[in-house]
Design a protein around this ligand. Structure first.
Ligand code: G3P
Length: 231
């Protein structure tokens, strides 16, 4: 499963992209509205930083307006994927944009029935919001499982993108269920780093090694000679 970052913050993408685990990013109007600066510059910079698909969302509620905005957003950078909210107009816009060769991330999908429609409209990504389902007492695991099960036997090529992730277990569940992508906020990605046994293990390895100073000297010498061999 590919990991995307869900953010409008260039600083956050700069930090997280340095880990080498991001394949793309997703933004939405709410995330971009929190940021200072030109939204186009932000989207372009995120595209450069992640070097992969970056979703930028249309806001029109008419199919024609969505198509116009989608074409314009796609012109910002070759990595831009047009994010289109699920609706009748959104489906029509998705069909037109995908027929024109643009990639669409159909967002705000909360059921297998909606996912089937999004797939038929040609969406490259289908964003299912896990956190917002859990917020209203609907089991997001069951819904995502149903979406994956409904799309796969039909040989649908649309990728299921788990979104609205609130904690690391949402990410793990998305992977276990066969989602192709999960987009997580920086906070969740940072939480995924943490395990007390990892921290304790690193500390113990360091202490044991430092107890043998001559081994430290040996490793420094090895590093130096490998640099000489490479130069
Ligand atoms: O970008 C879409 C989605 O991930 C939003 O998440 O936390 O606002 O429900 P959230």
């Amino acid at each position: 499963m590919k990991l995307f970052i869900d953010t409008g913050s260039v600083a956050e993408v700069e930090e997280l992209a340095s880990w080498g685990v991001l394949s793309g990013a997703t933004t939405n109007p709410s995330l971009l509205a929190k940021e200072e600066g030109d939204p186009g510059d932000i989207v372009r910079r995120i595209c450069e930083l992640v070097g992969g698909p970056v979703s930028a969302e249309v806001v029109s509620d008419r199919a024609e307006g969505m198509v116009e905005e989608g074409r314009a957003l796609a012109g910002l950078h070759p990595h831009v994927v047009v994010k289109v909210p699920f609706s009748q107009a959104g489906l029509a816009a998705t069909r037109e944009l995908t027929d024109a060769g643009l990639r669409v991330n159909m967002t705000l999908v909360f059921s297998a029935a909606q996912a089937l429609l999004a797939a038929e409209a040609g969406a490259t990504y289908i964003s299912c919001f896990m956190g917002r389902l859990d917020d209203i007492g609907v089991d997001s695991t069951a819904v995502v499982a149903e979406i994956v099960a409904a799309l796969r036997p039909a040989g649908v090529t649309s990728q299921v993108l788990a979104a609205s992730l609130r904690h690391p277990m949402h990410t793990v569940t998305a992977a276990r269920l066969g989602c192709e992508v999960a987009t997580a906020p920086g906070k969740v990605l940072r939480q995924m780093l943490v395990h007390p046994l990892t921290e304790a293990g690193i500390e113990r390895f360091g202490d044991d090694w430092r107890a043998r100073p001559e081994f430290g000297t040996w490793l420094e010498g090895l590093v130096d000679s490998s640099k000489v061999a490479l130069s």
